[in-house]
Design a protein around this ligand. Structure first.
Ligand code: ATP
Length: 512
């Protein structure tokens, strides 16, 4: 199965099992907007909890806030979003399809990289143990040819980015013969700038109404509350403010399911520091955030850093944590050293002094900021795409299982009476009533036990507990583990501690 096919199956699976639905589906949907169903919301909440607790509980100097989506419109002038939050768009004249010019070029470069990696893999297979990758890369003619092509296009692209030269974007697309995947032609329009912010109006009459924006990031809500939190919380630098909330971007190209949505959720943390210490903190937060990801057990090899070559005008260092999605390594989280750009500009635009008096230095300054910013929905996609597996069992049957890290699984345990009579449902319900205060549990009595196991595998439930006739006499039940499918007979009173050991989020947090 190709990764593309797998991705399609995953999207269908998410709908079938109540994780993610297209928004407004009975009206044929709304582009790049998705709703979370009964399973999806649990998974999403668990991810948020993991992040929130890792930030605010494990760090005594990080506190949380919840600011509003609507903010004073001047904020977006100060932040630079009104002037510069643009994407370069380009249309194919034949298919009438719209693309991001920068993404077309990045994908083209990605394909060259893939070709090079394939050559290297072939070499590794051919030469076995004695394979010297560096030498192979430096001498293999195919690799050298592709690398030269990559370097040439990459160099032009970087320069065009730095100079905001959109005519050059188009020229690169044409020179590289990058075609529209729909029409297959290279018949492109000029590149135009497109602001990604949604606007609406506030106020009851059209005269008195003024234009405001739906926030395109949650970070500005943190910056404009910096003074409030610092003063009321008596926070001392270095300290952080964390927030989880909705953000809105009118994305031009919105494919790839919940990877790129027009309404999405972010988990952002702004860390306020002394000027001059930013690169040290940037390094620390890079390590800290990578550890948070790898700690989930989805394979360290599935993450990588991608340092930005083109820095935003306010940043002096930036990196992405990329995840190996079914469509390749793509940004999951951004870590940025934003200098004092935001606080400084809010000071300018609002006319209010935004400074910190440092008692150690005995002077005031505008703090610098290192931010970590991750999309909740991209994290959901990372977890689900890594978890989805189709397995062939010893008896030849196949099963679909979501190996979601147990503390993030929507349902932790399913309680299943073997049959719907003889007092088994009553005992199962009793177990359920006892466990439900600690774990999200599901009670199921319909269909054969095999079918119920499959349904629970398909939503990623780590434990199934089966109540049978013996349970009535010996006070024991069968507990089945999702991944190994192993079954064990255990005492009912031990269930809580067996389940807790694997699903308790605190165990995950303790490893950080
Ligand atoms: P991209 O280059 O993919 O558009 P970005 O660099 O604009 O992303 P940031 O502004 O750094 O993204 O936002 C921080 C995080 O928010 C991203 O790492 C991503 O996880 C998430 N995010 C951004 N845009 C979207 C979107 N349209 N849909 C879902 N998540 C998003």
């Amino acid at each position: 199965m190709t990764q593309e096919e797998l991705f399609k199956i995953l999207v269908a699976h998410c709908k079938e099992y109540g994780f993610i639905f297209p928004s407004s589906e009975i009206y044929d949907g709304l582009g790049a907007v998705y709703d979370y169903g009964q399973m999806g919301v649990e998974l999403k909440n668990n991810i948020k909890q993991y992040w929130w607790n890792a930030m605010t509980r494990l760090n005594e100097n990080i506190v949380g806030i919840d600011s509003c989506i609507f903010m004073h419109p001047k904020i977006w002038e100060a932040s630079g979003h009104v002037g510069a939050f643009n994407d370069p768009l380009i249309d194919n004249k034949d298919s009438k399809k719209r693309y991001r010019a920068d993404v077309l070029i990045e994908d083209f470069l990605g394909k060259i990289e893939e070709k090079i990696n394939k050559e290297v893999q072939k070499g590794r297979k051919k030469f076995g143990e004695g394979f010297d990758e560096a030498q192979f890369r430096a001498t293999n003619p195919n690799v050298l040819r592709e690398q030269a092509k990559y370097d040439q296009v990459h160099g032009r692209f970087l320069k065009a980015q730095q100079e905001n030269d959109f005519a050059e974007y188009r020229q690169i697309i044409i020179d590289c013969n990058i075609v529209c995947p729909i029409s297959g032609t290279c018949n492109w329009t000029e590149v135009r700038q497109f602001n990604l912010m949604f606007s609406t109006s506030i106020g009851s009459t059209s005269d008195g109404a003024s234009t405001i924006y739906l926030r395109p990031e949650t970070a500005q809500g943190i910056f404009v509350n910096y003074l409030n939190v610092q003063k009321t919380g008596r926070m001392k630098i270095p300290f952080g403010i964390a927030q989880i909330g909705k953000a809105f971007r009118n994305e031009i190209v919105a494919r790839q399911f919940i990877f790129r949505m027009r309404e999405f959720e972010q988990m952002e943390m702004q860390f306020f520091i002394k000027p001059g210490t930013e690169l040290e903190w940037f390094k620390k937060w890079k390590e800290n955030r990578m550890k948070w990801h790898v700690n989930l057990g989805m394979g360290a090899e599935n993450y990588r850093f991608h340092d930005h070559e083109k820095l935003a005008h306010y940043a002096n260092a930036a990196t992405d944590i990329e995840f190996n999605f079914p469509f390749g390594f793509k940004e999951l989280e951004g870590i940025h050293s934003r200098t004092n750009f935001d606080l400084g500009n809010h000071q300018k635009f609002s006319g209010k002094k935004i400074e910190y008096f440092d008692p150690e230095e005995n002077k005031s300054y505008t703090p610098f900021v290192v931010e970590t910013s991750i999309g909740v929905d991209r994290m959901v996609l990372a977890v689900l795409s890594h978890a989805y597996k189709e397995e062939t069992l010893d008896n030849g049957e196949t099963r679909v299982v979501l190996s979601i890290p147990a503390p993030l699984a929507p349902v932790k345990a399913a309680v299943l009476p073997l049959v719907k009579k003889d007092g088994l449902p009553e005992l199962a319900q009793k177990i359920m009533d006892d466990l439900k205060y600690d774990f999200n549990c599901q009670y199921e009595e319909k269909d054969s036990i095999g079918k119920r196991y499959r349904r629970q595998d398909a939503i990623g439930t780590p434990f199934c507990i089966t109540v049978d006739h013996d349970s009535l006499n010996d006070g024991c039940v069968t507990i089945r583990h999702r991944d190994s499918m192993e079954q064990a007979r255990v005492k009912i009173e031990d269930l809580r501690s067996i389940i807790d050991k694997e699903v308790n989020l605190n165990n995950l947090l303790r490893n950080l």
